[in-house]
Structure formats: structure tokens, C-alpha cells
Design a protein around this ligand. Structure first.
Ligand SMILES: [Zn+2]
Length: 340
């Protein structure tokens, strides 16, 4: 496993006056653990083909209008950030946002989203070259073709996937989303794209509401657009989670073997996650590790190159599932020597 990071891609939401508990402390805690364990870490920017994402790259997944606004004036960028992070209430008052505490303009968060996407792309290339990679960032699965949503400005997953299809002879791609929230943006963007198959196991009852694949009113409720395989887990069903995941992965394995898989490895199903809206699935640490290795082992068995992304995970314990995953991988001796 090759673990990659970009110290400049941190979102640093508090610098923008945003009060959402998605802190950089999670990544810092994981990095400290890796250093203590002497697990090598590589910088994405040390790759000779490191690429800052361009407007053309972003348009691989996003609409012309949305792409233009993200590359538009400072006000247009700030308006998109307000939407993506839901910083305004319907009455116009601020929500989890206090501009008085900001030291940086909101528009700069667009740059951070572009850096995160560059990291995901670099990690995708490493997975193709070396078989497996993990980017300490990325996984912004709620961003839709037409706007950012749910703390996600850009859908780095689909942008990277389509970039690799266009430039690196990759044909079919799987996106395996085990974050506690549905990968609704990824499903929406790829709904008419048979080259990208999406799998999502998520809360049946929490945000974004999933009606199990209704075809009605999809224009108004794009989060209802089904993934290729959806595995909703209802409140109180946490003990069935691993069996449902196994059954879902069995269905996935019946599809044609892809050339690459992205794993959206959110740590928010963890029982100690602090986001109030993610409480309807609560897995303990052992169950989290089993979750991660059900996916990891399947991809190893099928010999599919795989790139893991961090996605969601909130509060002071959100690094723990990642540390356990890397600790277990170290026991399995999967880390190659530092190359940068
Ligand atoms: Zn999530």
C-alpha cells in the first residue's frame, strides 16, 4: 500500500469561519500514527506528472455553468462554497458560519477542492502503477454535476476516474462507497455512464434520504438516483451491517472485473463519530476493520488495482478506524519502501 498526502490540500475550515467538525486533526492524527509506526508516507506533489486541475478537467464531471462559476469571480466562488457547505439558512441567516472568525476568503476553498482533486488523481495513478494506494484526503461523493453539496465542492472521484479513462487507457471503474452517507453525487453524475459502476452501503434513514431507488422526481431529488448497487441499512440494523455488506459485494463481484476501483472509506459509521446525523449506523472498531478488509480483500482477490480515499468522519475519534486499518496492513507487511 502506498499512502499519499498533500500538506497544502488541508481544508482548514476554521480559517474560513466555518464551524463544521470536519477538522484537519483527523489527517494529522493519522499521519502521526503512521510516523510512529514507521509506515512510509509519500507526497503527491513529488510525482513528476503531478497536475493542478484545470477547468477542462473539472468539466469531465461537472456542468458547464457550474464549472464556469467555480472559475469565475470571487463572489461566484464564494456563493458556490456557501451552497456546498450549507452556510446559509433559507431566511438568509448564517448556519455554522461566522465570517467574523475568518482569516481567509471563502473563495479560496475552491482552490483547496482543486488540490484535493489533484491528490485523488495522483493516488489513482499510483494504484494503477503499484496495485494499491491510499490518499489522505478526497472522497467528496455528494458533489453533483450542477453544484457542490454536503461539504463537497467537487466530485474528485468522478473527475479522477474520467481523467484516467481519457488519458491512461482505463476502461471500467468501480466506486465502492462505504461512507455512512449515500454516494449520491457519484450516482447522479454517473447515472448514464455504464463505464463507472457505483456501490453504496449507507444509512437508509439519514441524510441524504434514499427511497431505495424510486424513479420518480429525480430532477427535483437527485439524491434519489440509485447507485448501480445500493445497500441501505436501516436504523437499529448495525448488527446486520457486515452481512449486508458481504451480500452486496457478492453482487458487485458478479459484474465485469474493472480496471480500477476507488474505495470511499469514510470513517463516519464508527460508533464514536460525532456528527449527530450519522448516528443511525454505529459500528465498533472491530466491525470497522472488518468492513474495510471485506472490501480490501475482495479487490486483492480479484486483482483489481484500488485507490482508497478518506471521505467523511467527524470529531476527536474519527482517525481511529484509519489507524486500525493501517496497523492491520502493517502486520500484513503490505508497505513498500519510501520512494520520495
Ligand atoms: Zn459521510
Amino acid at each position: 500500500m502506498n499512502i499519499l498526502y498533500d500538506p497544502d490540500s488541508h481544508l482548514g475550515l476554521h480559517n474560513f469561519g466555518i464551524e463544521i467538525p470536519l477538522t484537519d486533526q483527523r489527517t494529522n492524527n493519522v499521519m502521526e500514527f503512521l510516523q510512529r509506526q514507521e509506515i512510509p508516507l509519500n507526497k503527491v506533489r513529488s510525482r513528476p506528472d503531478y497536475r493542478l486541475m484545470t477547468k477542462e478537467d473539472i468539466a469531465l464531471a461537472h456542468s458547464h455553468d457550474f464549472t464556469n462559476r467555480l472559475f469565475g469571480t470571487e463572489d461566484e466562488k464564494a456563493a458556490e462554497i456557501i451552497k456546498a457547505f450549507e452556510l446559509k439558512n433559507p431566511d438568509g441567516s448564517y448556519h455554522r458560519y461566522n465570517p467574523a472568525n475568518a482569516s481567509l476568503p471563502l473563495a479560496k476553498l475552491v482552490e483547496q477542492a482543486l488540490l484535493q482533486t489533484s491528490g485523488t488523481l495522483a493516488a489513482g495513478k499510483v494504484a494503477l502503477e503499484q496495485g494499491e494506494s491510499f490518499f489522505l484526503g478526497g472522497g467528496f461523493h455528494h458533489a453533483m454535476t450542477f453544484e457542490g453539496r454536503g461539504f463537497c465542492v467537487l466530485n474528485d472521484i468522478v473527475i479522477a476516474a474520467r481523467y484516467l479513462q481519457r488519458n491512461h487507457a482505463v476502461k471500467n471503474i468501480w466506486v465502492i462507497d462505504i461512507d455512512v452517507h449515500k454516494g449520491d453525487g457519484t450516482a447522479q453524475i454517473t447515472q448514464n455512464d455504464p463505464s463507472i459502476s457505483t456501490f453504496s452501503i449507507h444509512m437508509a434513514d439519514g441524510w441524504p434520504l434514499d427511497d431505495g431507488g424510486s424513479t420518480e422526481a429525480q430532477d427535483e431529488k437527485p439524491w434519489w438516483i440509485p447507485s448501480t448497487i445500493d445497500v441501505p441499512v436501516a436504523q437499529g440494523e448495525s448488527q446486520l451491517y457486515l452481512q449486508k455488506l458481504k451480500d452486496g459485494l457478492t453482487k458487485l463481484a458478479d459484474l465485469d472485473r474493472p480496471d480500477l476501483a476507488f474505495v470511499i472509506q469514510g470513517s463516519d459509521p464508527y460508533v464514536l463519530d460525532s456528527l449527530p446525523s450519522s448516528q443511525s449506523i454505529q459500528l465498533n472498531l472491530e466491525q470497522m476493520i472488518e468492513r474495510d478488509f471485506l472490501v480490501y480483500n475482495l479487490l486483492k482477490e480479484l486483482q483489481v488495482p484500488h485507490c482508497h480515499l478518506m471521505a467523511g468522519g467527524y470529531g476527536p475519534h474519527s482517525h481511529e478506524p484509519f489507524n486500525s486499518f493501517f496497523g492491520r496492513l502493517k502486520e500484513l507487511n503490505t508497505f513498500s519502501r519510501r520512494h520520495s
